[in-house]
Design a protein around this ligand. Structure first.
Ligand SMILES: *[C@@H]1O[C@H](CO)[C@@H](O)[C@H](O)[C@H]1NC(C)=O
Ligand SMILES: *[C@@H]1O[C@H](CO)[C@@H](O)[C@H](O)[C@H]1NC(C)=O
Ligand SMILES: *[C@@H]1O[C@H](CO)[C@@H](O)[C@H](O)[C@H]1NC(C)=O
Ligand SMILES: *[C@@H]1O[C@H](CO)[C@@H](O)[C@H](O)[C@H]1NC(C)=O
Ligand SMILES: *[C@@H]1O[C@H](CO)[C@@H](O)[C@H](O)[C@H]1NC(C)=O
Ligand SMILES: *[C@@H]1O[C@H](CO)[C@@H](O)[C@H](O)[C@H]1NC(C)=O
Length: 417
């Protein structure tokens, strides 16, 4: 035990000695695929999940664009991938200008891309990007005096739809921020928030935390538009404006299963209008670009045998292990789950089922089913409600136990769709 402990300290010292990159906030951001800072020191497997491996001031102008941040950092930290092997990820930490250091929000952005260059730590610099859509939430959280950490939860392989890996990376970003400390109080409270692809990472973090990080005590998790079941989602979005999620979803889920990936690629057509080249184009697209490129396409037309590609035991295994919520643990933190009853992308029935399962074994959930709007509208319609709920859990004024499931009718005038 002692030996282990000593060798761990040596490893950490070794790692600390290779922490490079003097703070240079004015430097232009470099895409992660080209920035050597995005690589772990080779000793990283010996570090513990959540250990800080590198830290730097975030390049670019984030401090200027986020008026209420006094400083913005990138942390590269040790985590565990979707197959339970040592890995690493990066988070972007916003320090609020005015704060009592009592609250940390882990905010998961739905970047939904298999291009590592769409990771928030880089993409936050581009206000026109997908991450640009949610910048207001970060501004608001900062103006409330909360520290905000925004993890690249898909990790170095941009493993979209890999629930286990996304959950681990989300949990470990919180550990990393707490380990570094910043000026957070000893008794600071921390919570998670995410919508859609961001709730994917948040929910998996909540269900994995009970075993993976039992020492953590999250004040809560607010999660909207939960993608609870990807078989169901893949069918729902085929041929619709959401089809652009499918190529990335299939590549993301196989990104850590080489045999499944090889099989997937072998099933792609090599000619005709729906061929391998068009399918793989998603590897260099942000989600907004993918939505535009694949809009209304029947994505299974890219495969020789259509949707039967999903029936392969190789693909089934990846799906079973990574893409159905509610099987890896029962979250013990209070949760706010909000969802449009008419969500056309992530069916309400699938989320009802997850909530029922958790409620059957004592979870603490407020589940609000909004009778107005669809998937996009709910992002706006649920925003204020989620912020108010987070303010209560982070402020220590939240008192709720058991499950409260109710239909609500929330309508925000400028909500899309
Ligand atoms: C930050 O930089 C980006 C491009 O690098 C630019 O579009 C944006 O306007 C800048 N924001 C501020 C507040 O300077
Ligand atoms: C910064 O916070 C103050 C309140 O502390 C708020 O009035 C202001 O709008 C915030 N600025 C931004 C850019 O969010
Ligand atoms: C996921 O959804 C599909 C299609 O609706 C359904 O057949 C399957 O049972 C669901 N899987 C889980 C694990 O809930
Ligand atoms: C593959 O699809 C692209 C469109 O994505 C098309 O331009 C190209 O001609 C196709 N290739 C073949 C060999 O049919
Ligand atoms: C996709 O289909 C919807 C509904 O039919 C339509 O409104 C939209 O314009 C289509 N988009 C494209 C890019 O064809
Ligand atoms: C939501 O609000 C908008 C704008 O006030 C209104 O046009 C729309 O009818 C409302 N929707 C419902 C279902 O009440």
């Amino acid at each position: 035990m002692l030996l282990l402990h000593i060798s761990r300290i040596n490893v950490l010292l070794a790692i600390a000695s290779v922490v490079t990159g003097a703070p240079n906030p004015s430097s232009a951001p470099v895409p992660p695929s080209q920035d050597p800072w995005y690589s772990a020191p080779k000793e990283f497997p010996s570090a513990s999940p959540g250990d800080v491996l590198r830290i730097r001031q975030a390049p670019g102008n984030l401090t200027t664009s986020f008026g209420n941040a006094s400083a913005v950092y990138n942390i590269l930290y040790r985590t565990t991938d979707a197959r339970y092997r040592p890995s690493w990820a990066v988070t972007t930490v916003f320090v609020p200008k005015k704060s009592d250091g009592k609250a940390l929000l882990s905010y998961q952005i739905p970047y939904n891309s298999v291009d590592v260059d769409a990771s928030p730590s880089y993409d936050l610099n581009n206000p026109a990007s997908a991450t640009g859509l949610v910048l207001d939430d970060i501004q608001t959280a900062l103006s409330l005096g909360w520290y905000v950490s925004v993890p690249d939860f898909e990790g170095p392989l941009a493993s979209f739809v890999s629930g286990v890996g996304e959950g681990h990376a989300t949990i470990d970003n919180v550990r990393a921020v707490l380990n570094h400390g910043f000026d957070l109080a000893e008794d600071a409270k921390y919570a998670m928030w995410g919508y859609s692809g961001g709730s994917l990472a948040s929910e998996w973090a909540a269900e994995l935390q009970v075993q993976y990080a039992p020492e953590l005590d999250f004040a809560g998790a607010a999660m909207g538009g939960l993608p609870s079941n990807f078989t169901s989602i893949f069918s729902a979005i085929e041929g619709t404006m959401w089809a652009g999620l499918l190529p990335g979803g299939l590549l993301g889920i196989t990104s850590q299963y080489p045999k499944a990936r090889a099989y997937l690629l072998s099933e792609l057509k090599t000619d005709g209008p729906y061929n391998r080249t068009g399918f793989l184009a998603t590897e260099h697209m942000s989600i907004l670009e993918a939505f535009a490129f694949y809009s209304n396409q029947t994505i299974f037309s890219y495969f020789k045998n259509g949707q039967a590609v999903l029936d392969s035991p190789l693909i089934q295994r990846a799906l079973n292990e990574q893409s159905y919520m509610g099987y890896h643990g029962t979250p013990k933190m209070p949760m706010l789950i909000y969802k449009a009853v008419n969500d056309e992308l992530t069916a309400i029935e699938d989320t009802d089922e997850v909530v029922d399962r958790y409620c059957g074994v004592g979870a603490n959930i407020v589940y609000e089913r909004n009778t107005i709007g669809g998937h996009l509208a709910e992002e706006t319609n649920g925003d204020q409600r989620a912020l108010e709920w987070l303010a209560q859990v982070l402020g220590g004024t939240y008192h709720h136990s058991g499950c409260t499931i109710k239909d609500v009718a929330l309508n925000v005038t400028d909500a899309p769709l």
